[in-house]
Design a protein around this ligand. Sequence first.
Ligand SMILES: Cc1cc2nc3c(=O)[nH]c(=O)nc-3n(C[C@H](O)[C@H](O)[C@H](O)COP(=O)(O)OP(=O)(O)OC[C@H]3O[C@@H](n4cnc5c(N)ncnc54)[C@H](O)[C@@H]3O)c2cc1C
Length: 468
Amino acid sequence: MSDIAALKAALNGIRIEDNPAIVKQKSRDFFWYSPVLKRELDHVSGDLVVSPANEAEVIRVLKACYAAGVPVTPRGSGTGNYGQAMPLSGGVVLSLAEMNAVKAVERGRVVAEPGAVLAHIDRETRKSGQELRLHPSTYNTASLAGFVAGGSGGIGSINWGGLRDVGNVLRLKVVTMEEEPRVLELTGWDLHKVMHAYGTNGIVTEVEVPLDAAYDWVDVIVGFDDYLGAVRFANLIANQDGLLFKEIAAVAAPVPHDYFLRHQKFLNKTDSVVLLMVAPHAMDPFLALARREKAEIRFRSDTATEAEKKGLPPVFELTWNHTTLRGLRVDPTITYLQVLYPFPTHVESVARMTGIFGDEVPGHLEFIRFDGNVACTGLPIVRYTTDQRLDEIMTIHEDNGCPIFNPHRYTLEEGGMKRTDEVQLAFKREADPRGLLNPGKMVAWENPDFDWKSEKVFLFPGLRTAAE
Ligand SMILES: Cc1cc2nc3c(=O)[nH]c(=O)nc-3n(C[C@H](O)[C@H](O)[C@H](O)COP(=O)(O)OP(=O)(O)OC[C@H]3O[C@@H](n4cnc5c(N)ncnc54)[C@H](O)[C@@H]3O)c2cc1C
């Protein structure tokens, strides 16, 4: 704590918050989505929240923390749901929320500060008829750098694939955590050094991303008597080359009726649904296709009355991790998984998993472009009972050729690609030689001998006492 007192003096003039209640609140993200992470991380808190106003202040903070040996965990809006932004070793929570300017909008691209909220960026780019290609369903709250460092894709992924696909981020400015912090400009493959690295190897201070033409997307909900009917319809329309959508999701009954409370009035109890954002000019041909397939439109925002639309969230706030959030609000005992159903057998895989689990794991698919093909990733709800059963459910998926990205782990390796990202590790050695950036999130750094394939759960050393 004496380190912290000295640090506060060194950061004179920069906005600091040290009220323990506020610091604890600003140390939390949506880790509680997972019953496992809720147990492990509930007690975690930083010592100080520091809010730099510009890049020069970021450099001052990193230099001072390096000298004092104080850990720094960056934070955008704190909406990550794997505990990515939780300061496992305490220290400084570096809030980038004050650095939120949209610096330049050009044809096809935007440059913004790290804390700029995605919806705010779109409001600026829409002035020139453009919008972000991709955004998470936390569009109204999440920051651009938080998305780049902690997210993976979302609305728009049906057209553009994942955030890490080459071309979806153009340039990042990154400050290193060294005795003399450096400011680096990363482009091309170098972007992968820090993208989806949870802020473990650099602080992003500027982001440049490409833009797409903006549309007044029409929200549509289509109802089906059975989930696989919804899945097949979603797959059919996702493969129509002449139609333009920004979002295609399928959700199994009874989730839509039971959890989408504000849309409940449009839905039957037994409805499985396809949730869509359709370009206005694609509505007529889409409706023709829906008629041919005998698909029943339950809701469309372009013809709904103002009274019907009052209080409704946008359809994208029923998709991606919002589906789970709406479920948790009704039934806090549920949780979820993240599954990949590989192309070209994704529909068969979904059918097999639905047959095995039924209502224990109600389905939720997000259709995405994956290496140029339409595939689907799943965020199914799980009616959680025990950790052991949760593990079994994951094993059964993997045994059936459906890889799991485990959302019940807070480390990069265990939650993501199940291997160490050597590029990110090498960059951490260079950019964070004392290992002070977001400690505990990169297993290969904390414990190079850890066998991540084993059944053991990696617990960051500082957490053991609290969690065991
Ligand atoms: C309801 C709900 C729905 C969601 N839907 C989606 C979705 O559709 N797609 C998706 O990908 N994710 C989704 N998420 C996860 C999350 O909302 C997004 O990834 C979001 O973009 C994170 O932004 P944030 O500003 O909240 O980041 P934070 O949670 O604050 O941070 C995320 C990670 O980035 C790091 N970080 C933050 N700022 C910086 C910086 N300047 N430099 C370096 N590292 C930094 C943090 O340390 C942390 O590791 C969802 C989460 C919830 C709760």
